[in-house]
Design a binder for this molecule. Structure first.
Ligand code: HPA
Length: 273
């Protein structure tokens, strides 16, 4: 049963910690290096945690780091599980459950995304103002099945899922740092193929500003569990119907280039939470 597996994972991790983390951070493709900046870090490899798996995707390492970042006790998931790897939506979102059980009340979730707006630049950061969870709408949803009331309500609301206070904080920190912070709608597709030109036109028509293959299920589960959520996408490529095809190498390279700016924004937000 999921509740018991969450508890087992929580206990394995908690046994190694002196203090409980309050903020959970999920670092997407190429953004994991921030975990190296933790103070008093305790690192737990995913293979040591019940219910976790070894990530298979280049740029995702597969360890949980708990420590202090900009004065905040944080738990950093370095590497995530993707639906396209063959995991179920419950497996994809299991780490969020565990971090909630460890004491995290806030989730900062990041990803690499294709930008759907021709006026945006590669390397820019978009705060996720809202999301479209296409696989969820099509029946691949982490909350399908019996609902365990200990974990959250049967029918959680998703209007306002992205916390307005954290949004203001992110805007203020970006302004201080002279950083352009875009805001928009993130649309999750299952992947792993990149979108066709017709699909990109469709996504624009749906009101999406960025497209990726993660994040939406984690946000749903975090909200189900009552966490506050800040979502940040790094625009690693422009996904335009008449543009060049996307590839994973450019996604990783853009992560590398934007790493310092991205890290500074997250640190600034943590410092003021
Ligand atoms: N499409 C889907 N997922 C992505 C992209 C993209 O263009 N870039 C980074 N992740």
């Amino acid at each position: 049963m999921m509740y018991d597996l969450i508890e087992q994972a929580r206990a394995v991790i908690a046994a190694q910690l002196a203090t409980a983390p309050r903020v959970a951070l999920i670092l997407g493709s190429g953004l994991g290096a921030l975990a190296d900046e933790l103070e008093q870090a305790v690192v737990v490899p995913y293979r040591a945690i019940p219910g976790f798996h070894e990530p298979q995707v280049a740029g995702h390492r597969g360890e949980l780091a708990v420590g202090v970042l900009s004065g905040q006790p944080v738990a950093v998931l370095r590497g995530r599980f993707h639906f396209y790897e063959g995991y179920t939506m419950q497996q994809v979102t299991f780490p969020v459950r565990v971090l909630r059980a460890l004491g995290c009340e806030t989730l900062i979730v990041t990803n690499a995304a294709g930008g759907l707006r021709p006026d945006w630049q590669v390397g820019e950061i978009m705060r996720i103002a809202d999301q479209i969870f296409l696989p969820g709408m099509a029946g691949h949803h982490p909350l399908i099945g019996p609902n365990d009331e200990r974990l959250g309500p049967r029918f959680p609301a998703m209007v306002g899922a992205f916390d307005p206070e954290l949004a203001s904080l992110a805007r203020a920190v970006a302004a201080e740092q002279g950083l352009t912070l875009r805001e928009g709608v993130y649309c999750m597709l299952a992947g792993p193929s990149f979108e066709s030109a017709a699909e990109l036109r469709l996504l624009r028509g749906l009101g999406a500003d960025a497209v990726g293959m993660s994040t939406a299920p984690e946000v749903i589960v975090a909200r189900h569990a009552g966490m506050r959520v800040l979502g940040l996408s790094l625009i690693t490529n422009l996904a335009l119907p008449d543009g060049p095809p996307a590839n994973h190498e450019e996604v990783l390279a853009a992560g590398e280039l934007a790493r310092a700016r991205f890290a500074a924004l997250i640190r600034g937000v943590l410092a003021r939470m």
